[in-house]
Design a protein around this ligand. Sequence first.
Ligand SMILES: *Cc1c(COP(=O)(O)O)cnc(C)c1O
Length: 409
Amino acid sequence: MTLRCENLAFAELAEQFGTPLYVYSQAALTDAYRAYTQAFAALNPLICYAVKANGNLSILRHFAALGCGFDIVSGGELARVLAAGGEAGKTIFSGVGKSEAEMAFALQSGVKCFNVESLPELDRLNAVAGRLGLSAPVSLRINPDVDAQTHPYISTGLKANKFGIAMQDAEAAYLHAAALPHLNVVGIDCHIGSQLTNLAPLSEACERLLMLIDKLSAAGMVLEHIDLGGGVGIVYQDESVPDLHAYAEAVQRLLGGRKLSLILEPGRSLVGNAGTLLTRVEFVKKNGDKSFVIVDAAMNDLMRPALYQAYHHIENVSPAAGEPFVADIVGPICETGDFLAQNRAIAACAGDLLAVRSAGAYAASMASNYNTRPRAAEVLVDGDRAKLIRPRETVDQLLAAEAACLHDD
Ligand SMILES: *Cc1c(COP(=O)(O)O)cnc(C)c1O
């Protein structure tokens, strides 16, 4: 069987563009976005794609063309959205440590809302808006203290995390915000974690936010929107993941007759399974009983296995090369943590092409130049067309800025 992305064989893409190579299916991006708009149709939500999952300009442009908004966590990500043709008016600015310069840029660009996470951040935003003669639309990120039941590094909705405002401090924070002259309090938000495989924590968080909304409205503070964050998981291995229709039904039931518009901030579930990382086998090596498949992609291209012990499915694209054996699939980087898979059954020979699945989210966007490795090229496939959306970096590019600063004395 020939493994492909849409109508193009992985083998030919690797031939044409080299490896390591990120390959994304445009149809899969569209389908993932439509899955949300269709499931939630009755609530007509604003879907704000979380740019940090994959910020490639062509991917942002594709989502913008579908009508998608954006969730950003830095001024750099806002610049990406604007460069891609996204609308600031559909962009939510999240993040726990926004600088004054980032706030000013976002205010002047006209973002839809600032998701604020602390009292000092409210004060800073008020001061920056006042200086610019603008009013800042704000939502408060509430930490609903529910256990998202995911990996601790991507769990964000517990009291022990740095994120959000604790439930018991929320009313006081809203009163504080309402009293600041250059803020316009419009919403409430949460984001309890990533790669959630259960629906219960998501609906529990929604329920807790709604209780707070009711308390606030009884006190005369009426909010326009509720933003439930991102976090629906995807299938990497054999996880069961929340059904979007069930999620939508739960939210609709909880919202009841309240006049609130809905915002969602999915990242991983819009891009994760649209992407594959292609990598070539350099060597097969045996150390005593242990086997290693050494490939040309590494933790700098896909950090998730090293960072979270994450599982990625890996297939041999080349015609089956003998019997499978158990090996660690590792990159060339000088770190023991540099692996794409451990104790994996795989048939592979030097020269074979491997497809690392589910590499659309938190892969290219987390890539680095560690070991002075140029970042891999990215290709977006649309039917039988392959569009290069990021050329492979060159070593000259990596050295240029420092070479220009070399001093002779
Ligand atoms: C990372 C993040 C998201 C996206 O999370 P996914 O799990 O990729 O859907 C959404 N909102 C905020 C505030 C985030 O930090």
